[in-house]
Design a binder for this molecule. Structure first.
Ligand code: SF4
Ligand code: SF4
Ligand code: FES
Length: 325
């Protein structure tokens, strides 16, 4: 089968912008996108830049945008792509600076991983004369340690797909936050270290910036589910009383309103989130006026919905299921 590949090219030494370039290649059954790219490099244009190593979905270096979504080229079947999209287009990972062609600069990615201190902080120092072995304890079903977060191969696909990272480059991002969650789940970490870790993640660009769009979960080739890791970090923060950020107050205020009235009350919600701070209220005033004019703000002291006692029972039950730390 002869296929046309549209590959985004960019050479900073000669190009002012990136441009697509087409290559025709005879491909066989069972080939991956990476197999085809290597052949294009070897047979058509040796200047094509791409990154790869293991060819087995282990090293994480061949992540790129294939037919519009982030994938590992070495585990993406040409046949499946053609059957689904009718063509093959390959671009570098989005929202990361391009060094050349399909190679992106991962420096900011690694910096964010370093920022979450991806190492274990234990209560007791290692024994004298060597590093003591520290058992993680027995894995059982009630303690699903690490939630598969340790399967991350640092490919960067989730960061490239992240809708918050797209508009806010300072956001810690799904991979780094999932890495932080891995240490939260480690029984060897000292409680004080966990608290310090969570406190640091309350800042701007931390866990509360995630919009829960789920794209990081969809593109992750290792089923790490970074968004779920972020939700665990949020839950752990609230359990430890770390609730001063707008995001945390939003969650708590939302739950309070549902418990009191059985529904969200948009007239009271802003007060729950920004409090009575004149500056904060001034900031959200234009949005409030727009919502009022569109009839989106109910009477603040409206009647509770019928069946409220059932809702309250559900909330009480959910609270009982969450251990306090
Ligand atoms: S769920 Fe959160 S971290 Fe994941 S892609 Fe969306 S905004 Fe980014
Ligand atoms: S979480 Fe998944 S997508 Fe993100 S870097 Fe790790 S393996 Fe790649
Ligand atoms: S080449 Fe290693 S993950 Fe694809």
């Amino acid at each position: 089968m002869r296929l046309t590949f549209t590959i985004q090219r960019f050479n900073p030494e000669i190009d002012s912008t990136a441009h697509p370039e087409e290559f025709r290649l005879e491909v066989g059954r069972g080939m991956t996108v990476l197999d085809a790219l290597i052949r294009i490099k070897n047979e058509c244009d040796g200047s094509l830049a791409l990154r790869y190593s293991c060819r087995s979905a282990i090293c994480g270096s061949c992540a790129m945008t294939i037919n519009g979504s982030e994938k590992l080229a070495c585990r993406t079947s040409l046949r499946n792509e053609v059957e689904r999209y009718g063509h093959i287009s390959v671009e570098p990972l989005r929202n990361l600076p391009v060094i050349k062609d399909l190679v992106v600069d991962m420096a900011s990615f690694w910096e964010k991983i370093r920022d979450v201190h991806p190492w274990l902080v234990t209560a007791a120092p290692p024994s004298r004369g060597g590093v003591a072995a520290r058992s993680q304890g027995r894995r059982d079903q009630s303690n699903p340690q690490f939630h598969n977060v340790d399967a991350c191969i640092m490919c960067g696909a989730c960061v490239a797909a992240c809708t918050v990272h797209e508009v806010s480059k300072g956001f810690a991002g799904p991979a780094a936050l999932a890495k932080a969650d891995r240490f939260l789940s480690d029984p060897r970490e000292a409680p004080s270290a966990t608290r310090a870790r969570l406190s640091a993640l309350q800042a701007e660009h931390g866990i509360w910036d995630c919009t829960r769009c789920n794209f990081c979960v969809e593109v992750c080739p290792k089923d790490v589910k970074p968004m779920e890791a972020i939700i665990r970090l949020r839950r752990a923060s609230l359990q430890r009383g770390l609730s001063t950020t707008g995001g945390a107050r939003h969650v708590l205020g939302f739950t309070d309103l549902i418990e009191q009235q059985g529904r969200l009350n948009e007239a009271i919600m802003p007060l729950k989130v920004v409090g009575f701070s004149p500056r904060g209220l001034w900031h959200i005033l234009p949005l409030g006026i727009k919502m009022l004019l569109k009839g989106k703000i109910p009477y603040p002291f409206g009647q509770a919905l019928p069946g409220l006692s059932h809702v309250q029972a559900l909330i009480r039950r959910a609270r009982r299921g969450i251990p306090q730390v």
